[in-house]
Design a protein around this ligand. Structure first.
Ligand SMILES: *Cc1c(COP(=O)(O)O)cnc(C)c1O
Length: 214
């Protein structure tokens, strides 16, 4: 169920803090997305390629679709013509494929590099050393606009805070490394978006608070 009152509160909070709100609609029907769209929401996040493609064809063209799930290289081609930002880029192999598909579609695709900040081994992403070795000049049809990360799934707020502060520090260093064409630090979800914004996030990805449990 879509919580419209909650949406208005969170949207006001994000605007006041100059953070972009990405409404994470994975596993929710297109009709739920349409409800927030009617309230003015334009940024939506999806985790699964087939589901995103299905929804994109049903919904208005001015939606900015963020791909936020783990993306297999062989599936980039299905979203390359329309995706707004791919937030979950976690390997050079994937960067190379996005670059190729962007070129084919005659466009520049914006990406965030996903950084592994959590304790769980199951989460994806670059570490700091790998990040320093990315050769940006190789990718002509990609615009790297920032970083994305997910904290450990835990009730330990101090631990989450440390991870967010660490990602913010990596972002600041990465800005220097890239002579600062970066604009975006995507961190924070339903349980921790206020903390994330306090730690320097300017893009939050919120699902269950807006759309209910999955
Ligand atoms: C599902 C998901 C979210 C949203 O999670 P909620 O806890 O429902 O807000 C945010 N980011 C990523 C990468 C996700 O997979």
């Amino acid at each position: 169920m879509v919580n419209e009152e909650k949406y208005k509160d969170i949207n006001t909070f994000c605007n006041a803090n100059k953070a972009t709100l990405v409404a994470v609609s994975k596993l929710k029907p297109a009709s739920d997305i349409a409800k927030l769209y009617a309230l003015g929401q334009r940024h939506f996040g999806e985790n699964y390629v087939q589901e995103l493609v299905d929804k994109q064809t049903q919904l208005p063209n001015d939606i900015c679709w963020h791909f936020i799930g783990h993306l297999q290289s062989n599936k980039v081609k299905y979203i390359a013509s329309f995706v707004h930002i791919i937030q979950s880029v976690d390997s050079i192999k994937l960067l190379t494929e996005i670059d190729k598909q962007a070129k084919k579609n005659n466009r520049i695709i914006k990406v965030l590099l996903q950084i592994h900040i959590a304790e769980e081994e199951t989460k994806f992403g670059f570490d700091e050393l790998e990040l320093s070795n990315v050769d940006f000049l190789n990718f002509k049809s990609i615009e790297i606009i920032g970083l994305m990360g997910m904290a450990t799934f835990t009730n330990d707020k101090e631990k989450v805070k440390n991870e967010f502060e660490n990602l913010h520090k990596i972002y600041v260093n990465f800005c220097k490394q890239t002579n600062s064409k970066l604009t975006t630090l995507s961190m924070g979800m339903s349980d921790d978006y206020v903390l994330a914004i306090t730690c320097g996030s300017n893009m939050v990805r919120i699902g269950s608070l807006l759309f209910g449990k999955r």
